[in-house]
Design a binder for this molecule. Structure first.
Ligand code: GLV
Ligand code: GLV
Length: 318
């Protein structure tokens, strides 16, 4: 019987799918495993269902001798050495598509919350500081009619841009490829990175993390932005130089940021914690009941496909 290792409890539906066919080992403690613990538990397994926070590198693959498939419970897979997997003939899969709309929703939630100071307002009420309507209490920025800059118009970036239609925004996008959907549906204009940085009132990042995109946004890029810009990141933390961003926010070089992802998760640049003009969420882009269940089924199905000799739909290292 094939052996499957699930590194942390995921929705039951997927565990049932795998248990009906294979011998399944799960990390029952519902906490993040260290790499050492993963290596220890990965001996002689055929499949691993991993989280984006599990580093699956050469060492892990070397320990898991018969490993055939790594099914990452995420769309991003920067946590996996996919070239090493390819060398070893291990198939790596992800969970694209099912989390697109959910993640685009969260990017907007951060945009609204930051622009209209929702979190500060909530805190204000709870601290019993609300003494009645005031002409200049918690002023924020308009969203309607503004310029929206979308960095990366893959599935999520496109879904994010589509949502701007209700707000009559001017959409600028940066991508290597032209995006006919964004151009047709949102009247989006493909521009250079420099122009997007200079002209946008809101900038949202929707690209994967890799060598080319590491610190794509640093001091120099932040300098180009409007003083009133709000920056949103729901992709991967290390695409933005977090220290540079924290400094810029502290010095009001830019107006605000809504962040769901961080450079060194789970730790966060301390300076960010003391700033009122940022809204921070704990990497919950895909965290809806519906989507997490769909991701779990997709990851489980990828494992079943590989172990039954079929080709799974979402291979990332073909
Ligand atoms: C979440 O960040 C994912 O990549 O699915
Ligand atoms: C990821 O799902 C993307 O293409 O944005």
């Amino acid at each position: 019987m094939h052996k499957v290792f699930i590194t942390r409890k995921i929705p039951d539906i997927a565990i049932k799918m795998l248990k009906s066919k294979y011998s399944v080992r799960i990390n029952k403690e519902d906490r993040q495993l260290t790499k050492k613990q993963i290596i220890k538990r990965a001996k002689n397994i055929d499949a691993i269902l991993s989280l984006l926070s599990d580093r699956i590198d050469k060492e892990v693959m070397a320990a898991a001798k018969g490993l055939k498939v790594i099914a990452n419970y995420a769309v991003g897979y920067d946590n996996i050495d996919i070239n090493e997997a390819k060398k070893r003939g291990i198939i790596v899969t992800n969970t694209p598509g099912v989390l697109t709309e959910t993640t685009a929703d969260l990017a907007w939630a951060l945009l609204f919350a930051t622009a209209r100071r929702i979190v500060e307002g909530d805190k204000f009420i709870r601290e019993s500081r609300f003494d009645g309507w005031e002409p200049t209490l918690l002023l924020g920025y308009d969203i309607y009619g503004k310029v929206l800059g979308v960095i990366g118009t893959g599935r999520i970036g496109t879904a994010f841009a589509m949502r701007s239609k209700g707000f009559n925004m001017k959409v600028l996008y940066y991508d290597k490829k032209r995006n006919p959907i964004v151009e047709k549906e949102c009247k989006g204009k493909q521009v250079t990175m420099n122009r997007l940085l200079k002209e946008s009132d809101y900038i949202s990042v929707h690209i994967p993390l890799n060598k080319e995109t590491y610190h794509l946004i640093g001091d120099k890029e932040i300098e180009c932005m409007k003083k009133t810009v709000i920056l949103i990141n729901t992709s991967r933390g290390a695409i933005i130089d977090e220290m540079a961003l924290a400094d810029a926010l502290r010095k009001n070089v830019i107006a605000g940021a809504g962040l769901d992802v961080y450079e060194r998760e789970p730790s966060i640049t301390r300076k960010l914690l003391n700033l009122g003009n940022v809204v921070l969420t704990p990497h919950i882009g895909s965290a809806s009941y519906e989507t997490r269940a769909k991701m779990a089924v997709m990851a489980a199905q990828s494992i079943i496909d590989v172990l039954e000799g079929k080709i799974p739909k979402n291979i990332v290292n073909k």
